[in-house]
Design a binder for this molecule. Structure first.
Ligand code: PLP
Length: 501
């Protein structure tokens, strides 16, 4: 199995090269040259396995330059009972919102209480093995985060031999809990820096560093190599394919669907990684009917799916679902590549237009193809709060702000279309990561404490739910990283952290 760049099919690399490099030298993203095909009998075989067994099978089909022992080691180290609080790292809660079934796929039982753990607990293992196969250099992992990726990456990479990790976050663009999670990070190979700018500034800055030939050479001369833990790395996307197959198998085993039945998925979307992983699962043979792409007020994807025009020239809103506050959804580039039957020249043209003018429009054929399977919708701030309040107070399920966006968009979809296909609704964060917003929504009008941790305790008392242990432990931790830099100073931060001139 080889991988191409989305913007140049002439570039061909192995799986381990794709993961070690993170992004292609031409600035494109790595995509698998063929997509493995699963017949229903193979999906049936997966229903007999546990999560780790399912992961081993799927990963092996994409990482053919890894031995099965290597894959087993990566999977077994990542998805432990200790780290994910149970045997199934991604359980489904079968809930109802009024008369609408909500099969909530809880992806936040990992160590940082957000779905990024599903990929970032395994990526360091995939990456260190990939590096060993391809280079003798030490990896410098650069991460731009709107909140959850940063912490999940820091936690995944901390003290992993042969790696250093640096995380950049928008100084006013993350929740207090997210900030505290990052600034108190432990580990000897970690650094964290706040940027005066928004998430897109941080992401653009990281992309620029990756493609700055002079900087890359300076690092190389000093024995380092840049790599990425952002969702543009194939090693991030691949593990996410697993939980869609796994959820489908669990629903079959739980008698909720029959093998072969189609499902819908509703995904709270930012960088388009999570929903794209489901698209790969679909291309492999998972019976999916509709992909419901849910956005918050930053609804650039809703407009794109509806009109075929992607236009990032618009206001940016800092919302209560900050991990989805994104104007440039990087992984859409991979989706376009597949939607145009691998037309690298076309993808390159659109991506260049996006960079230079901030806007592109896909042709009618591509637009029609997308609309056949994708539905876009968005949810306002007010509606997000209302959904959290109603879901808990009337129907007994407590969800976070991001999940609420998906619940709302899915509910709108059912009410508009009457489509009752069983639907997996992704829940991407613990409500305790966004305690203030969640508390405001469930306890409308009440006076609330100011302190983040008092809010956490109050939320727990009010809702009779448990605070995830790693979040509770943050209260007594020391701040280690309080650096704030201009967005132009990111490269300097990298060099000075490494002690390289
Ligand atoms: C990252 C994140 C998202 C968005 O996922 P993408 O893969 O970037 O689309 C949604 N919710 C939460 C809580 C997240 O951390």
């Amino acid at each position: 199995m080889k991988y191409n760049s989305t913007t140049d099919k002439g570039i061909v690399v192995s799986a381990s090269q794709a993961i070690a490099q993170g992004i292609s030298n031409d600035g494109g993203l790595f995509v698998p040259m063929e997509i493995p095909q699963y017949a229903l009998s193979e999906i049936e075989a997966l229903t007999k396995l546990d999560y780790r067994g399912r992961a081993k099978k799927i990963l092996a089909d994409y990482l053919d330059d890894f031995t099965s022992d290597e894959i087993a080691e990566c999977v077994d180290k990542a998805y432990t009972k200790e780290k994910f609080g149970g045997d199934n790292p991604a359980p489904i809660a079968y809930e109802k919102f009024g008369d609408i079934d909500m099969n909530i796929l809880e992806l936040w039982h990992g160590p940082t209480s957000a779905f990024k753990d599903m990929a970032l607990q395994i990526l360091p293992h995939l990456l260190t093995k990939s590096l060993k196969k391809t280079t003798d250099k030490e990896a410098v992992i650069l991460v731009a985060t709107s909140g959850d990726t940063g912490k999940a990456a820091l936690e995944g990479f901390r003290d992993v031999d042969g790696t250093k990790i640096m995380v950049f976050y928008p100084v006013d663009g993350v929740s207090p809990m997210q900030k505290r999670q990052m600034t108190t990070q432990e580990g000897s190979n970690v650094a964290v820096c706040a940027i005066k700018g928004n998430f897109d500034d941080a992401q653009t800055g990281v992309k620029r560093i990756f493609t700055d030939a002079q900087l890359v050479k300076t690092l190389s001369d000093n024995g380092y190599l840049f790599s990425s833990a952002n969702s543009i790395n194939w090693g991030r996307l691949l593990p996410q394919i697993v939980y869609y197959f796994s959820a489908y198998c669990d629903m079959v085993n739980d008698g909720r669907i029959t093998l072969g039945d189609k499902i819908n998925v509703a995904v709270p979307t930012g960088n388009f990684g999570n929903i794209l992983a489901c698209y790969y699962a679909f291309r492999m043979g998972l019976p999916v009917n509709k992909f419901i792409c849910a956005s918050n007020s930053n609804n650039v994807l809703t407009d794109f799916i509806t009109t075929g025009t992607y236009d990032k020239n618009r206001s940016f809103y800092a919302t209560i679902s900050p991990s989805m506050d994104i104007l440039v959804s990087s992984n859409l580039e991979r989706f376009l590549y597949h939607m145009t039957d691998k037309n690298d020249a076309q993808v390159k043209e659109w991506m260049t237009a996006l960079k230079t003018e901030g806007v592109y429009t896909v042709d009618d054929a591509t637009k029609a193809k997308i609309k056949e399977i994708f539905v876009g919708g968005y949810c306002s701030e007010e509606k997000t709060r209302e959904i959290i309040g109603t879901f808990f107070n009337d129907y007994g399920y407590l969800c976070d702000t991001h999940t609420a966006v998906a619940v709302s968009v899915y509910k709108d979809y059912v009410e508009k279309t009457g489509d009752r296909t069983p639907t997996i609704v992704d829940s991407t964060a613990s409500p305790y990561k966004f305690s203030k917003s969640v508390l405001e929504a469930v306890a409308q009008g009440e006076e609330l404490p100011r302190d983040e941790f008092e809010m956490v305790e109050l939320l727990s008392a009010k809702t009779n739910t448990a605070v995830p242990a790693p979040l509770a432990a943050l209260r007594s931790k020391q701040t280690r990283f309080d650096t704030v830099r201009a967005k132009e100073e990111m490269a300097d931060f990298v060099l000075s952290t490494l002690g390289v001139q």
